[in-house]
Design a protein around this ligand. Structure first.
Ligand SMILES: *Cc1c(COP(=O)(O)O)cnc(C)c1O
Length: 867
C-alpha cells in the first residue's frame, strides 16, 4: 500500500492589529484549529510585529548616532513587550521573553550601531516579528494548543536582482520561489501540525538577517506558500477583501470574491491597498491560491485569487492614483527623428525615474511618473527637464490622477464604454493608455477631478454592463450592504403586499400596480423643502389619473409636453388652476402652442422659431424661455437634454436674438427654464444650472422665476444608494439664498413615481440553451421598454417564491420577436421558477406604462392604483 500523502499546508497571515490584543490571539488560535480540522491540513501562521513596533524600531535605527538614546529606545521596546506579555496575555515575561529582550538590548549596544551598518539595521528590524511570534506561541501553548515555532530565516533565502543597490539587497529583498524538494521535505518533517513563524524577515547570502521591505509580511506568507506548495495562503486583515473601487470614495463598490492572479496584480498595482502587489507573483508562480479574509467577519467570503476558475471578461475594478506627473516631450528635430525615443528615455534612466504610462505620436512622447514608484521631487523634475531640454521641448503637467479600469478583455468591451468615454469627454483627458496585456485602460486627468468622478464612473460601468456585477462568482455584496446588519435591505412597499399582488396578478398580467401612499410620501418629501417656491410633476413619467389627483392634492403643479397631455390633465382635473400647469414642448406644431395659450397655462418657448414664425400667437403674452446651459447629464445618452448634441433649448449665446424676437412679437419673458437630463444623482448639477439661468435672467431683466427642471434619480439597484434628498435640499437652499430675487421652481417626474410602481408578469417557459437559462415572461419590451431602450436595470423577483433562495443566474426575456427583448440578464431567480409563477419588475412606476406599446399585436398592460 502506498504511504498516505503528507497532509498539505495552509498558510495564514495576520498583521499588526491582529496580534496586538489577547482576543485577537484567541481568534488566531481558533482559526488555526478550525482550518486544520476542516481541511485536514497542517497550518503555518505568519505574523507581523505588534502595532507600532516596526516604526519604533526604525526610529531607534534613525537615532543610532546617539548611544544613550538608542539604549533608551531599546528599553522602551523591552517594556512594551513585557507589559503586553504580563498584562494582556497573562504570561511570565521573564520565562517567555528573557532571551529576546537580551538580544534587543545587545543590539542597542552592538558596535555596528555607530555606523548604522545595514546588517545591523536588518537585525534590529527583525526583532518585532521575532518577539510577536514568540509571545503568540507561548500564549497559544498556554491555551492548550500544540504549536511549534520556527524561524522564518531558516526557510526564506534572498535572491539578488540585477541593478540592486546595497541597501535593497539587505532591506528590501526578494526571496527565491524555485521549488526545492529538499527544503520542502525538511519543512514537512517538522513535528508540529500547527506552526508559528514571522513575516518580513529572511536570510541573506552571508547568513545574516535580511528584510523584505514594504508589504513584507504578506509577501512572506506568499513565499512560504510557494515554498511548501501550500493548498492556499490566507491573508487575514481588517477589511473584507478587494473591492471594485475604493469603498471610501464609492460606497457602492462591490466586494470582489474571485479574481485571477493577473487581475489581482493589476488592481493591487493601480491603487488597492489591501494587498501589496509583490505578494501575488510567488503564489502565481507556484499556483497557490491566495485568499483575503476579514479577521472580524470570518463569515464573509473574502477575495479568492487563483488561476483555476474560468475567466470572466469585464471590468472588475476602477481605481485612481493621485500625484501623477506627466512629462510631455515635443521633438524639435525632424518628423520621426531617428533615436528621439532612445534619447529621451535614456535621460529618465539617468535621473533614476521609472516610467509608467506612455503615449506617442510622430513628434511627441508623453509619459507619466507614478509617485509610488518614484521620488518625484521638484528638484528631480527640474533637473530632468533641464536635461531633456537639450533634445526636445518639455512640458510638465501636474498634479494629475490616473483613473484605471481593470479587467480581463478590456479591448472587447470598448463598445460598452460609450458612457464612460462621454463622462471623460466633459473633462480634459491628458493621456489614454490601454495596456498591452489587455487588462487595463487608464485615463490621466487633472487631479482635482478624480475623486468626484469615481462614484459616477463606477455607476456607469455597472449600468453599461461593462462591469458584470451579476456574475455572482466574481462580485459580492456592496460595501454599503456589508455595513448594514444582516438582512437590512431596502424595504419596498410591495414586499408587505405580496399576497394582495399575487391575487391581482391572478386576474391577468401584464399588469402595472401603483402604490399611492408611496407617491404621497415622495410628494411630501419635496414639499418639505421651503426654498422651493413651486413644484410641478412632469406627467410624462406617469399620467395615471389617480397619481395626478394625489399629486395635485399634495400641492404639486403639473408639467406637460404636448397638447395631448394638457387635454388629459384638464380631463382628469377640470377645476385645476391653469397657473399650476406648465407647457414645455419640443418641436411641437403651431396648433399646440395656440391650444396652450388659449388654456392660459405657462408656455415655454425653446427656440427662436415660434416667436419668429408665429409672432401673432405671442402678442401680449407672458412666456418662459428654455435655456440649454451647454452641458447635459443623466443616466443615459438618450435622456441627456442639454449640450450641443441635444435638440432642446436655446444656447446661451442665442438668447439676445430670442429676446429681440419676443419683444418684436410683444411677448414678455417672465421665466427661464432648463431641464438637462434625467436620473441624476450628483446634486451639484442643479446649482450649475441655476447659476447659468440666474446670470441669463440678469441680462434679460424681466424674469421672475427660474425653473431648474427635474431629473432626480432613484436607486434602481437595491444595493445602490438612494437619491440624497437632504443634499438636494441643501443645494436648493443655497441657490435660493444666493439669488433670492428669483422664485425657484422645480419639475421632477421619475423620483415621485418610479418606486411606487411594479409590473407584474407571468412566467411562460423556462428554457436552457447552450449554457444560458432563460425564463420567459408574458410581456417584455412591449410592456416595459427601458431595459431595451436604455439598457436600464430593474430588479426582478419571483413573487410566487419570494422566500426561496437565489438560484443559478437566468436571463428574463419577453415574448417579442426581437433579440433586445430582455428585461434582465443573469438574475438569480429561484431554481424552482416555472410556468405560472408571478414575476415582479420593481421600480416601474416611471416611464413604464407610458412607453408600453402593442408591437407584435400584443395587448397593452392593465393598470391599477392601490388607494
Ligand atoms: C421629462 C421632463 C422632466 C422630468 O424629468 P425626470 O427625470 O422624470 O425628473 C422635467 N422637465 C421636463 C421639461 C421634462 O421633459
Amino acid at each position: 500500500m502506498p504511504a498516505a500523502a503528507p497532509a498539505p499546508w495552509i498558510v495564514l497571515k495576520f498583521g499588526g492589529t491582529s496580534v496586538s490584543k489577547r482576543s485577537r490571539w484567541d481568534t488566531i488560535g481558533r482559526l488555526m484549529r478550525e482550518t486544520a480540522g476542516r481541511d485536514g491540513a497542517r497550518v503555518l501562521t505568519v505574523v507581523s510585529a505588534l502595532s507600532g513596533v516596526t516604526n519604533a524600531l526604525q526610529a531607534l535605527i534613525d537615532g543610532h548616532a546617539d548611544a544613550g538614546a538608542t539604549a533608551a529606545a531599546a528599553e522602551a521596546l523591552v517594556e512594551r513587550h513585557e507589559r503586553f506579555c504580563a498584562d494582556e496575555l497573562g504570561l511570565d515575561p521573564q520565562a517567555v521573553l528573557g532571551a529576546r529582550m537580551q538580544a534587543l538590548r545587545a543590539l542597542a549596544a552592538d558596535p555596528r550601531r555607530a555606523a548604522a551598518a545595514l546588517d545591523w539595521q536588518a537585525e534590529v528590524l527583525a526583532q518585532g516579528e521575532l518577539c510577536s511570534s514568540t509571545l503568540g506561541a507561548a500564549y497559544l501553548r498556554a491555551q492548550g494548543l500544540d504549536i511549534g515555532w520556527t524561524d522564518a530565516r531558516d526557510w526564506l533565502r534572498t535572491v539578488s536582482i540585477p541593478n540592486q543597490g546595497e541597501w535593497a539587497r539587505r532591506l528590501s529583498v526578494s526571496c527565491s520561489t524555485a521549488s526545492d524538494d529538499a527544503l520542502r521535505a525538511r519543512f514537512a518533517a517538522q513535528p508540529h501540525a500547527l506552526l508559528l513563524s514571522q513575516g518580513f524577515i529572511a536570510r541573506a547570502d552571508d547568513g545574516g538577517t535580511a528584510i523584505l521591505g514594504r508589504g513584507g509580511s504578506d509577501t512572506s506568507a506568499a513565499y512560504f506558500g510557494a515554498l511548501v506548495g501550500a493548498r492556499r495562503v490566507e491573508i487575514w486583515t481588517d477589511v473584507p477583501g478587494m473591492f471594485s473601487a475604493n469603498p471610501r470614495q464609492v460606497p457602492d463598490a462591490r466586494l470582489l470574491t474571485r479574481l485571477d492572479y493577473e487581475e489581482a496584480q493589476e488592481i493591487a498595482t493601480t491603487g488597492a491597498k489591501v494587498l501589496h502587489p509583490r505578494c501575488i507573483q510567488p503564489c502565481r508562480d507556484a499556483g497557490v491560491p491566495l485568499w483575503i479574509r476579514d479577521t472580524d467577519r470570518p463569515e464573509l467570503p473574502g477575495t479568492e485569487i487563483c488561476g483555476s476558475a474560468a475567466p470572466v471578461p469585464g471590468v472588475k475594478a476602477l481605481s485612481s492614483r493621485r500625484g501623477i506627473v506627466l512629462v510631455s516631450m515635443e521633438s524639435i528635430g525632424m518628423w520621426q527623428q531617428v533615436g528621439f525615443t532612445a534619447d529621451v528615455f535614456e535621460r529618465f534612466k539617468r535621473h533614476g525615474l521609472s516610467i509608467d504610462l506612455i503615449g506617442t505620436s510622430q513628434t511627441n512622447i508623453t509619459v507619466s511618473l507614478d509617485p509610488s514608484e518614484n521620488l518625484v521631487s521638484s528638484n528631480v523634475l527640474e533637473a530632468l527637464c533641464a536635461d531633456l531640454a537639450h533634445v526636445c521641448r518639455v512640458k510638465v503637467i501636474a498634479p494629475c490622477a490616473a483613473i484605471t479600469l481593470v479587467g480581463r478583455g478590456i479591448r472587447g468591451l470598448l463598445h460598452r464604454l460609450t458612457e464612460v468615454w462621454s463622462e471623460f469627454g466633459r473633462e480634459r483627458v491628458h493621456l489614454i493608455s490601454q495596456s498591452s496585456n489587455d487588462l487595463n485602460l487608464t485615463f490621466v486627468v487633472d487631479e482635482e477631478l478624480a475623486d468626484g468622478i469615481m462614484p459616477r464612473l463606477h455607476g456607469l460601468l455597472i449600468a453599461s454592463g461593462a462591469m458584470p456585477v451579476d456574475e455572482t462568482a466574481v462580485f459580492g455584496p456592496s460595501w454599503r450592504r456589508l455595513g448594514l446588519p444582516e438582512g437590512a435591505r431596502r424595504e419596498a412597499w410591495w414586499m408587505a403586499r405580496r399576497d394582495d399582488l399575487l391575487d391581482r396578478a391572478a386576474a391577468g398580467t401584464p399588469r402595472y400596480v401603483y402604490d399611492l401612499d408611496t407617491v404621497r410620501a415622495r410628494a411630501r418629501g419635496l414639499a418639505g423643502i421651503a426654498a422651493v417656491d413651486r413644484r410641478f410633476f412632469a406627467i410624462k413619467a406617469n399620467p395615471h389619473p389617480a397619481i395626478l389627483r394625489v399629486l395635485a392634492e399634495e400641492g404639486s403643479g403639473l408639467e406637460c409636453v404636448s397638447a395631448g397631455e394638457l387635454a388629459h390633465v384638464f380631463a382628469v382635473l377640470p377645476d385645476l388652476d391653469p397657473g399650476r400647469v406648465l407647457f414645455t414642448p419640443s418641436f411641437a406644431p403651431r396648433a399646440e402652442y395656440a391650444d396652450a395659450l388659449a388654456r392660459g397655462v405657462h408656455v415655454t418657448v425653446d427656440s427662436v422659431a415660434p416667436l419668429r414664425d408665429w409672432p401673432e400667437l405671442f402678442a401680449g403674452r407672458e412666456i418662459t424661455l428654455r435655456i440649454d446651459p451647454g452641458f447635459g447629464s443623466g443616466h443615459h445618452e438618450k435622456v441627456r437634454t442639454g449640450g450641443k448634441g441635444a435638440k432642446f433649448g436655446l444656447a446661451v449665446d442665442a438668447v439676445p436674438a430670442v429676446v429681440a424676437a419676443a419683444a418684436a412679437a410683444g411677448a414678455r419673458i417672465v421665466g427661464l427654464h432648463a431641464h438637462i437630463g434625467s436620473g441624476i444623482h450628483d446634486t451639484a448639477h442643479w446649482r450649475e444650472v441655476h447659476a447659468v439661468l440666474a446670470s441669463t435672467a440678469d441680462e434679460i431683466g424681466t424674469v421672475a422665476f427660474l425653473d431648474i427642471g427635474g431629473g432626480l434619480g432613484i436607486a434602481y439597484d437595491p444595493d445602490a444608494e438612494a437619491f440624497d434628498l437632504a443634499a438636494y435640499a441643501r443645494e436648493l437652499v443655497e441657490m435660493k439664498a444666493a439669488r433670492p430675487e428669483y422664485a425657484l421652481w422645480i419639475e421632477p417626474g421619475r423620483w415621485l413615481v418610479a418606486e411606487a410602481g411594479v409590473l407584474l408578469l407571468t412566467a411562460t417557459q423556462v428554457v436552457d440553451k447552450q449554457g444560458v437559462r432563460r425564463v420567459g415572461a408574458d410581456a417584455g419590451m412591449n410592456a416595459l421598454l427601458r431595459p431595451a431602450l436604455y439598457g436600464a436595470f430593474h430588479e426582478i423577483v419571483n413573487l410566487s417564491r419570494l422566500d426561496a433562495p437565489p438560484g443559478t443566474p437566468v436571463d428574463v426575456v419577453g415574448p417579442i420577436c426581437e433579440s433586445g427583448d430582455v428585461l434582465g440578464r443573469r438574475r438569480r431567480l429561484p431554481d424552482a421558477t416555472r410556468e405560472g409563477d408571478v414575476l415582479l419588475v420593481a421600480d416601474a412606476g416611471a416611464y413604464g406604462m407610458v412607453m408600453a406599446n402593442t408591437y407584435n399585436q400584443r395587448a397593452l398592460p392593465v393598470e391599477e392604483a392601490l388607494a
